[in-house]
Design a protein around this ligand. Sequence first.
Ligand code: ZN
Length: 441
Amino acid sequence: MARPVKDLPKDRIADPDALFALCDRLYPICRSITGPGVRETLAVIQESIELSIIEVPSGTPVFDWTVPLEWTLREAWVEDPSGTRVIDVADHNLHVVSYSTPVDMTLSREALEAHLHSLPEQPDAIPYRTSYYAETWGFCVSHERRTQLPKGTYRVHIDATLAPGSMSYGECFIPGTSGKEILVSTHICHPSLANDNLSGISVATHLAKHFANAGELRHGMRFVFVPGTIGAITWLAQNEDLIPNIISGLVLSGIGDSGPLTYKRSRRGDGLIDRLFEHHLAALPNANIRPFIPYGYDERQYCSPGIDISAGCLMRTPYGEYPEYHSSGDNLAFINAASLAESAEVCARVLQDAQCVDRYRNLQPKCEPQLGRRGLYDNVGGENQSKDAQLALLWMLSYSDGHHSTLDIQQLSGIDLTALNHAAERLIASDLLALEPFGAI
Ligand code: ZN
């Protein structure tokens, strides 16, 4: 009974143009895992949602890692033997290897070669390279430009600071009544790359805005905007007390390109979000579901055995499977408003359903309770609508044994969660059903 996405309600969670506009606004910012670009990005997100910005000092131990030094880049360029700037980060943020150490020297064309990165198979594209955990410097350039650089003496200049400071991340928590919560995480550390991951930032921001205005939530929704890997590890290390309350999680990454939606399951494979994506993506002919592998985005951290949140990852074309990945080809022309909007709608549906999944207990479990005397059974019958409603009552009574959740009943019966929840409300009002204390679903 999967609902096709074309049947989505008219009141979309976000205007496609607004989703694209946020990517467009954030695209020029020079981000890394720390530094002013991340803060500027978080400040822009904060214009739309109530975002707490947390600063974690460099050197803070976080599980097996340490929060790194803060990187601040001012200038980075290469001058050829004639004094012409042939590579300049002012032209494109990808031109410098992220976390490059400061340098100001002259060197030969041959010596420069070891510090250049290009993509021979894509001669027009500038690659994206980082060196977070090894001290070095480098420049990224199109292969075409690289092969044209003449022999002679070059000057390289990187005006950057790599010094104790802090790592910034953002968090938006929308409380619910159950004391449990659902985690949505996206990385914010890539400079001038649109799909990876301005798409995730934009969709997460608009989802947070939507759920903040959605009225009372049963389960809290926690949106975290973190630098990739180290940010997720830091968040987990600093919030271990919250982990037992997290029912399930979702990592958003690369959801703005025109490829079909791809959901990567959590390590457990059958968590709440896994099952809901399985249900919702069944309606999309090209959508894919992939098993967990311990490589990819921050689901690796959330799913690690000592944390064990059932967090999956939503993508469109998976990372590394499109030539524009981690290069200047992943620009604003590579993403589009319609794909962003479809990704946002599917996420909203999944997260909305995650709010509605519960377990109940039938309070009259010995044989069927007499529905007619409680006004729950249509003695005249005939109308399909009322038959459906009665069937929903019967499914709820039959499987509300304390073990089956409404998601289980949905999958067994084909009746959607809204109808099952409506049936549950009617049965509760007649003292035939009680909500079970929330447990693992
Ligand atoms: Zn990436």
